[in-house]
Every structure is written in C-alpha cells, then in structure tokens.
Ligand binder design. Structure first.
Ligand SMILES: Cc1cc2nc3c(=O)[nH]c(=O)nc-3n(C[C@H](O)[C@H](O)[C@H](O)COP(=O)(O)OP(=O)(O)OC[C@H]3O[C@@H](n4cnc5c(N)ncnc54)[C@H](O)[C@@H]3O)c2cc1C
Length: 458
C-alpha cells in the first residue's frame, strides 16, 4: 500500500514505543523509530500505572500480556492503592488508606518494555545506536503553497554518527534531556527574533534545557525473600506504602508478582529547585549515604534500607512548562514535552496518553501530508493543558509528601499533627483523582471532533 506520509520517532522509551505501536496500526503510515542506545532497554525499577493508562493498554490489546507480568488488581473494584504512614520517627504510624477504584497496577520496567517491544510490528523500522543531535525542517508554508504538498520537502534528522535521515513528521520522544526539544526551541526562538520579539525568543531558549528539581531519588529493587528473611511479615511484601517524612519520602511496592520490591526514597531541597546541577544525573552510591539520610526513621524502614545493596541516586529533572508541544511538522511526546516530578507515578502514563492521542490524530483518514501541522496543533491543544496540569499536581503532591506544603509543614512540636495529616491526605487524594476517575476517551473524542470540524471547514 502506498504511504500517505512517513513518521520518524526519536527515542525508544515508553512514549516512543507506544507511538510506534499505535501508528503501525495504520498501514498507510511508514514508521521509523531511532533509539540512541545500543538496544532498546529500560533503566530504573518498577513503574506504577493507574486505571486511566490501563484503559489504553486494554484498547491496544496489551493488557493480557501485561497481566502476565504485572500486579493488576480487579478492574474498578475499590482497593487500597497506597497506605500512608509517617515514618521519620522512632515509632511510625499509619494515618490514611488511599482507596481507589482499581488500585495501583505495578510492573517491573524491563517487563513493561519487553511487552511493548513484542507488540512492535515488523512493519516499523527500528534503528538503534542512532542518537539524534538536531533536525531541520523547511520554513512554514502558506496555505496557497500547500497546493504542491505532495512534494513537501522533508524534515532532516542529523545523528551523532554523521548520518542523516528524512521524514514528513518528527516525533521527539527522547526523554527529559530531549535534543528534539532543544532544536524546536531554537527554531521558535529564531522565528521570534526574525519577528522582532527578542523577549519571546529568550523565553523559548530558557525552556530548552531540563532543570534540576532539587530532589534526589535513591532507587533500587529489593528481593522480597531478603526482606522476608529479615522481617517475615513486613507489610511492604504485600502492600504498597508511602512513608512520609520532613523533606524526605519513601515509596515502596511489590512488583514481579511479589518476588521483588520497588524502592524509591526521596530527599527534597526545594531551595535548589530549578537550578542547574553540575554533577552526574544518575550514579551508584554507597548504601551508607542512604542510611545516613534516613537514620532517624522507624525500624520497619531500617529493615528496607538494610535490603538495598547498591542504591543508584537520581537527580530528578523536570522541563519548564512549554508554550507549545509542536512546531511545524515536529511534535514532542512524554518527558521531552513535560518531564514532571514522580509524585503521582504518572510520567510514563502521560507519555502513553500523548502517544495514543497523537497517533490517533495522525492515523485519521482526514490527516494528509498537507494537513499534518493542523493535526499536530490539535494534539497540542488537547494534550498540553492536561499534561501540564498533571505536572503541577505531581509537584504539589511532592510538597505534601515531604511536608513542605504551605500551611501543612508540621514545623513545631505543639501542632495538631493528626488534623494536619488528615488534611494532607485529603488534598493528596483530590489532586490525584484524575488518574482513576477520568478516562482518556473523552480527550480522544474531542481531538477527533476538532480534526473533523477543521477538515469540513477547509
Ligand atoms: C524516581 C522516578 C519514579 C518514577 N515512577 C513512575 C511511575 O511509577 N509511573 C509513571 O508513569 N512514571 C514514573 N516515572 C516517570 C517515567 O519514568 C517517565 O516519565 C517516562 O519514562 C518517560 O518516558 P519517555 O518515553 O518520555 O522518556 P524515556 O523513558 O526517558 O525514554 C527516552 C528514550 O529516548 C532515548 N534517547 C534519548 N536521547 C536520544 C536522542 N538524542 N536520540 C535518540 N534517542 C534518544 C533514550 O535512550 C530513551 O530510550 C518516574 C520517574 C522517576 C525519576
């Protein structure tokens, strides 16, 4: 079948692979995916997924294979997704059960990735060792010149190995350090400068690099057997937990059918938020560093820390809220568009939503090579406000988890701690509800309606 256009996806993480899977369902679109690493692989430990994302997995027919490797509570049935516990004291105490329909779906990242790869059709050309450095696209064309759209010049991709490739649409799914985002911001800045708006150009340039959030995350996977041998009935063996502390927080939950425990311990320095970190973003650190940071915590947390062999310390980076996820025939997806704090376990879920909405728009029969920018602008209009809202509430939840939220800081000893913890819990739930109370279907319907209305007007 002849192809209506070619799509290049830069980056083979969650966002890039889901884009490729959805787009490959349309036989009139040629898909190439370019990954910088030697092979498609996932780093990190577990990944939490909420019903909003799970419904997309079902729509794509991935749910059965994922259920083989994930912990999937019964659909829609109320579950304790996380128990909240104050842990930064000699004797911890539970203070809230976050009950949600469908609970938390938890998966080992490597299992998630290998399932996605298995579902990548052979029609999609997958290229590894292809690190994109930058791209160029032809200057925007007027409506009149679109008459010759079939011969529209290609977007050119430049790779670190000196090679180039061409496409009609480029999707930047290259993560928080995105080179596609940097190229796009430069393009937008140079247009603003050409239009005499130096201040706007400066805004675009400032949005290009990722920013350190001031937060570090110690990440590890703990063998459940090891924890069981230390504390046979440890609650984390069966229950996802969020431990709260001043400027610190720990999220732990079972993965791989309970044989492993995903461990992430956070230390927040909000005074350093949005600064530049002059050190490696990810590094293995001695366990003593982790023990030192959490030495005042309760015994059940100490047991978890004892089970961590070599933690890796991640400097959590975010991206500035962008004024656009798309420019011309280039669009950003996932962390490249909206790298966020991990306090709602939703960065990957939002990448999946981007991919699903965008690929649906590109695959729609009314999208042709001539109308590509219009489809991308509708993607931007639908996805940008939502993803940026999730980024905002994820940050808010971090302030609440680490007792930095204005008015709820638990600073002085005489405070009404139970009341404040109750208030913290109710705010966290309210900010997180979108993940299990809403569906992406409404956004997909809205996006398709906008596309069809635009097509009928032109
Ligand atoms: C501590 C922590 C815990 C988290 N927990 C959760 C969770 O429970 N649930 C959740 O949904 N999210 C979670 N997240 C967020 C989630 O990991 C990310 O949002 C998600 O991985 C983003 O996917 P992505 O495909 O956009 O980017 P990435 O996963 O970063 O993938 C980008 C890909 O692009 C490749 N690449 C990079 N540069 C180039 C280039 N120049 N050329 C070609 N390829 C390139 C990379 O090698 C990589 O394969 C967490 C994050 C952190 C830090």
């Amino acid at each position: 079948m002849s192809k209506k256009f070619t799509v290049a996806i830069c980056g083979g993480g969650v966002g890039g692979l889901v884009c490729a899977i959805v787009l490959s369902q349309y036989s009139d679109i040629q898909v190439d995916i370019y990954e910088a690493a030697n092979q498609f692989s996932e780093i990190g430990a577990g990944i939490g997924m909420w019903p909003r994302t799970w419904k997309i997995m079902q729509a794509l027919g991935l749910d059965h294979d994922l259920a083989e490797v994930a912990i999937v509570p019964p659909n829609g049935v109320p579950q304790v997704a996380f128990t909240f516990r104050k842990g930064d004291q000699a004797e911890g105490r539970n203070f809230y059960a976050l009950n949600t329909p469908g609970g938390l779906i938890s998966i080992h990242r490597a299992h998630f990735q290998s399932t996605l790869l298995r579902h990548l059709p052979s029609s999609c050309n997958a290229h590894t060792r292809k690190r994109l450095v930058s791209y160029t696209q032809p200057a925007r064309r007027t409506r009149r010149s679109m008459a010759g759209a079939a011969a529209l010049p290609k977007v050119t991709l430049y790779f670190q190995d000196g090679t180039t490739a061409f496409c009609d649409v480029l999707l930047g799914a290259d993560g928080v350090k995105s080179n596609v985002r940097t190229s796009m911001m430069k393009e937008m800045a140079s247009l603003a400068r050409a239009q005499g708006d130096a201040a706007q150009a400066e805004v675009f340039m400032r949005a290009a690099p990722a920013r350190w959030s001031g937060t570090s995350a110690y990440r590890a996977v703990i063998p459940a057997e090891k924890l069981r041998s230390l504390v046979p009935g440890h609650r984390v063996l069966t229950h996802p937990m969020i431990y709260f502390g001043k400027d610190t927080q720990i999220t732990v939950y079972p993965i791989a059918h309970g044989t492993l425990i995903n461990f992430a311990a956070f230390r927040a320095r909000y005074d350093l938020e949005n600064t530049t970190l002059d050190a490696p973003w990810v590094q293995d650190v001695p366990r003593d560093e982790l023990l030192r940071d959490f030495h005042e915590w309760e015994p059940e947390v100490q047991a978890l820390l004892q089970c961590v062999q070599t933690p890796s310390r991640w400097a959590v980076h975010t991206s500035a809220p962008l004024g656009a996820f798309t420019f011309g025939r280039v669009a950003l997806v996932g962390d490249a568009a909206h790298a966020m704090m991990p306090y709602q376990g939703s960065g990957a879920g939002q990448a999946v939503e981007d991919a699903y909405v965008l690929a649906t728009l590109l695959g729609h029969p009314s999208t042709s090579i001539a109308t590509l920018p219009r489809a991308l602008q509708i993607y931007d209009a639908v996805r940008r406000p939502f993803a940026q809202h999730v980024a905002k509430v994820s940050r808010d939840n971090g302030l609440l988890f680490t007792m930095n939220y204005p008015g709820l800081t638990l600073e002085s000893p005489g405070e009404d701690v139970p009341r404040k913890l109750a208030e913290l819990s109710s705010r966290i739930k309210k900010k997180w509800e979108w993940a299990w109370e809403s569906s992406v279907d409404d956004d997909v319907e809205r996006a398709v309606r906008m596309l069809e209305e635009a097509a009928s007007r032109s």
